[in-house]
Design a protein around this ligand. Structure first.
Ligand SMILES: *[C@@H]1O[C@H](CO)[C@@H](O)[C@H](O)[C@H]1NC(C)=O
Ligand SMILES: *[C@@H]1O[C@H](CO)[C@@H](O)[C@H](O)[C@H]1NC(C)=O
Ligand SMILES: *[C@@H]1O[C@H](CO)[C@@H](O)[C@H](O)[C@H]1NC(C)=O
Ligand SMILES: *[C@@H]1O[C@H](CO)[C@@H](O)[C@H](O)[C@H]1NC(C)=O
Ligand SMILES: [Zn+2]
Length: 479
């Protein structure tokens, strides 16, 4: 992440095993489509969904205990070990897209690429050193879209503040200084404002540069990067994140009244937009191929670490769903479509373009799903939709009893699916045991060593059961 059917009861057991009209894959289907929707009741939905218990067990069995065990983990390891990190505009991201296009095609899926223009920011060489009161190297990571410094760097006296309010109170001390934000970590959603807006807020009071404490609850001297936003009409000053340890040290020094001088050199620059693609793979629905359940994760990452957790895991479980459904010879009524977004970290650029292009067909988007807070042990499904849709989803998650994840929570999240959800399309995201997510997020620590194969199996199973069943119900989710 960058920032945040129903049928009459008497028919419900009458599943018939039949052959799809489009190919030889067997699938489960229902013989009759009831004509009067309003006549059907919630209890009918419960019965319809409950009839998927056996299919759900098969999916879970295959993903967690069977031949597909650890497959999404192995795929993620191959992918990240081969490509490495994949920042927007980089040759690595292009390689990653080609790699996935070829892997998905070899998996026998319908694959295509949709072109997108994406931002191309490069970090360049960067370093930071405290000169006064003593010489100390400071680990730093420039922030996406930051301008660089002159080649000789910027040497300036430091003003350390703990909040935007304190910066306003001490505005007179800020002119010509380097503002160091030592804000405490409250939550990512709240504290990330310092990374996102710290540079412009400091520039407004005359600062020449900023250093911002990394947005993380835990640190072993690790700087964490991420996107930042310059405000229009405000001077653009260089901005980078430093470690929690160094921010706290400078705060203590300033509290003692010590003068602090730091020199920062950053080679960052923004190049013209680059060509990229969203990668789209699908299993077409046998009955309503134009209707879609969308699964997704983003393929791009930051230019540090390996992008295994953010968001290689989300991308791989969204691919794994198609593999599992295919392995079981299933084919749902509606299309199961996996989209691997490009340039999520730059503000959901690929996803926004996908929405703009495909919103003409918004009435055919049944459910949009995104995994982008890690693929740790799943604990619940987060869902955004109206009460009627929630009632259906409450039945669907009951099918997850074998993996103990039958909880349905409010509010799905995901930068890439938010345009759809804002326009009223039901959305779903994974709630995982993510207490460690921000330890590694956007840092060198985001590697395969953070991932656990069994956790990924469970995520894949949950993701597959939910998407397959919703895609195969008689009716689209109410909205
Ligand atoms: C559908 O069923 C409801 C409830 O029984 C009824 O009020 C309505 O008139 C029916 N609509 C149609 C189109 O048959
Ligand atoms: C899957 O990973 C787990 C945990 O590392 C391991 O115990 C198990 O043997 C692996 N299974 C397969 C089929 O590789
Ligand atoms: C909209 O849906 C129709 C019918 O499935 C399809 O032919 C068309 O390509 C879709 N348009 C876009 C922009 O996705
Ligand atoms: C689910 O919970 C039961 C009972 O606590 C336990 O025996 C089982 O191993 C759990 N299954 C998984 C996949 O975690
Ligand atoms: Zn992400």
């Amino acid at each position: 992440m960058a920032w945040s059917g129903r049928l009459p009861c008497f028919l419900s057991c009458l599943f018939i095993y039949t052959l799809s009209p489009c190919d030889s894959h067997p699938h489960w289907t229902l013989p009759v489509r009831p004509s009067n929707d309003t006549a059907r009741k919630v209890s009918d939905v419960a019965t319809e969904v409950a009839a998927y218990a056996d299919v759900a067990k098969q999916i879970i069995e295959l993903a967690v205990f069977g031949a597909a065990q650890n497959r999404s983990y192995r795929r993620l390891a191959d992918f990240t070990d081969t490509i490495g990190n994949r920042v927007s505009g980089s040759a690595n991201l292009e390689m990653a897209i080609k790699y996935m296009y070829s892997a998905l095609t070899q998996n026998g899926l319908d694959v295509h690429l949709e072109p997108v223009k994406i931002p191309h920011w490069v970090r360049g060489k960067e370093s930071a050193e405290m000169i006064v009161p003593r010489v100390k190297n400071l680990a730093l990571l420039g922030l996406g879209s930051s301008v660089g410094t002159p080649p000789e760097g910027i040497k300036a006296e430091v003003l350390v503040v703990r909040s935007f309010d304190e910066l306003k109170q001490r505005a007179s001390e800020a002119r010509g200084s380097r503002v160091v934000f030592n804000q405490p970590f409250v939550s990512y959603g709240e504290t990330v404002a310092y990374r996102a807006f710290g540079a412009s807020e400091a520039a407004k009071v005359g600062a020449v540069a900023t250093l911002i404490r990394s947005i993380t609850p835990f640190s072993i001297n690790s700087p964490h990067t991420g996107w930042q936003d310059y405000q229009d009409g405000v001077k653009r000053i260089p901005t980078a994140c430093i470690t929690v340890e160094d921010a706290e040290m400078m705060w203590r020094m300033s509290q003692r009244g010590q003068k602090i001088v730091v020199r920062v050199t950053m080679g960052a620059k923004t190049l013209p937009d680059a060509d990229s693609f969203n990668v789209v793979a699908e299993i077409p629905g046998w009955q309503y191929p134009e209707q879609v359940v969308l699964l997704s994760g983003h393929l791009d990452s930051w230019d540090v670490g390996q992008g295994a957790m953010d968001d290689g895991g989300g991308a791989m479980i969204s691919w794994e769903v198609l593999s599992l459904i295919k392995d079981l010879g299933l084919r749902p009524r509606r299309t199961l479509r996996t989209v691997l977004w490009t340039a999520e970290e730059q503000g959901g650029v690929g996803a926004q373009q996908y929405y703009d292009l495909h919103k003409v067909n918004i009435s055919n988007f049944d459910l949009v799903m995104e995994s982008d807070v890690g693929t740790f042990r799943p604990v619940a499904l987060q869902f955004t939709g109206n009460d009627a849709a929630r009632k259906v989803m409450e039945e669907v998650v009951k099918l997850l009893a074998p993996i103990n994840t039958t909880k349905l929570e409010t509010h799905a999240e995901g930068t890439d699916i938010s345009p759809w959800m804002q326009a009223g399309v039901p959305g779903a995201s994974l709630h995982v045991a993510d207490s460690r997510y921000f330890w590694f997020h956007h840092s060198e620590g985001d590697s395969m060593s953070v991932q656990d194969p069994q956790d990924m199996n469970l995520c894949s199973a949950l993701w597959a059961v939910v998407s397959y069943v919703v895609a195969d119900l008689q009716d689209m989710l109410p909205r």
